[in-house]
Write a protein that binds this ligand. Sequence first.
Ligand code: THU
Length: 131
Amino acid sequence: MKLFTAAKTVRENAHAPYSNFKVGAALKTTDGTVFSGCNVENVAYPEGTCAEAGAIAAMVAAGQGGIAEILVMADSEVPITPCGGCRQKIAEFGTPDTLIILASPDAEVGRTTLGALLPGAFVPAHLDAGA
Ligand code: THU
């Protein structure tokens, strides 16, 4: 399934009664498998999770890793980009070249990369250097 269609479908299931801001995310792994997720809010606001986190959790639960591209979809005038925490989560399984596709429910509206959104990411090599 195409990333756009997967994100649009899963976004319908978002649980966003507090923000009323539904987000869908769909990623493609380096071997071509697609996983999707939606935001899941909670009455205890900080316990809510982002759509990207859901897609990444589904990927890991399926025993996979390695994000080649990820599409994030919301219905907003300004195209949304992954939040700071999600950029770091994507970095765990991506590279600076990982493609980030921004979309509204109607169309793809932009493209960027993880490296552009999260320059100087904290990566495992930093832990090695400290050992
Ligand atoms: N949200 C996401 O799911 N992904 C993002 O990249 C940005 C924000 C969600 C979190 C919250 O449920 C709602 O959007 C409003 O912030």
